[in-house]
Design a protein around this ligand. Structure first.
Ligand SMILES: [Zn+2]
Length: 308
């Protein structure tokens, strides 16, 4: 399908939706984008695109994106699979392991490898590192066909091609220790349902790790028109610290850790707003602001404490 007809299919499929978090249909218009509008729910403050596309139109869009980005992503992948990158992954994975095990009343060391599922892993760098460096039992759930083929054939990774709802049908309930959704939750038409499926797959005490564009950060709040994360239909929801915690509480999770990390436009914003020239000082300010959850990427780790 051509890019033009994919856009037409998207436009034709648009319909108004209720807030995915609280079910309200009362919202305030924030910004008119090219095809849809960004709104804020009057009841719970969730920011999202409304109207939204149909599932079929969204699937066509991702299939086309997957094909288009295949070659460049492959080059990117080879560029990134370095020793340094894997060492960074090791640090990241060790942090997840520590948060999962510490102060976890349900955890006991049975000697089995950690069962780790990533939703939207792309070509699978992180899963590959988890398998090679930590010997974790890993699986990816990925919509992109090209990414799935590559991860299966070249990295010998266990992948399910589809969304988490489809994957849940073939996976054992209450069997995973850690599930990672790194900038994938905001792509879902129904993020609450996706988190409910994650709850079913995790063991009691299991850790859900979510990174999303921060709708409650400096730029999401004050510079929405110039925000780098504004992207339809790729990003349908913009969670803040409050709305993401509300979603997690509603679906059986307790927040363990919350912070934010800077994206490139955060540095520009800090420079301009605080009138600072020194890059070093800008970096220091960004590291101080991280725990306040005001930077571009919002990062949460939450423990499953009840069945969803
Ligand atoms: Zn709402």
């Amino acid at each position: 399908m051509t890019q033009l007809s994919i856009k037409d299919e998207l436009i034709d499929s648009l319909s108004l939706v209720r807030c995915d978090l609280c079910g309200s249909n009362h919202y305030t218009h924030l910004l008119a984008d090219e095809i849809s509008n960004i709104v804020r729910c009057n009841e719970c403050d969730l920011i999202f695109y409304n109207p939204q596309p149909s599932e079929a139109a969204l699937q066509s869009y991702y299939t086309s994106q997957s094909e288009d980005s295949y070659t460049t992503s492959m080059v990117d992948w080879y560029g990134q699979l370095t020793k340094e990158r894997m060492e960074e992954d090791r640090g990241h994975l060790s942090l997840l392991e520590n948060v999962y095990q510490q102060n976890n009343p349900y955890y006991h060391n049975d000697g089995k490898p950690i069962r780790f599922l990533e939703v939207g892993p792309g070509f699978g760098y992180m899963l590959y590192s988890a398998k090679q460096l930590k010997e974790w039992d890993v699986i990816g759930v990925e919509l992109g066909k090209a990414q799935t083929d590559f991860a299966r054939n070249s990295l010998n990774l266990n992948y399910i091609n589809g969304d988490l709802e489809e994957a849940t049908k073939s996976l054992e309930m209450n069997s995973f220790d850690i599930i990672l959704m790194g900038h994938s939750l905001e792509h879902n038409l129904h993020p609450k349902r996706t988190v409910q499926f994650a709850n079913r797959l995790l063991k009691l005490g299991g850790l859900l790790v979510i990174y999303v564009p921060n709708g409650g950060g400096f730029l999401g709040r004050h510079k929405l028109d110039k925000w780098e994360w504004r992207h339809f239909p790729g990003h349908l929801y913009y969670f803040s610290k409050q709305t993401l915690q509300m979603l997690l509480k509603d679906t059986g999770f307790q927040t363990e850790r919350i912070n934010s990390t800077a994206c490139s436009s955060d540095y520009d914003y800090i420079k301009t707003e605080f009138c600072i020239d020194s890059d070093e000082v800008v970096m220091q300010i960004a590291s101080l602001l991280g725990p306040l959850a005001v930077l571009g990427s919002l990062n949460i780790m939450a423990r499953k404490i009840t069945e969803s």
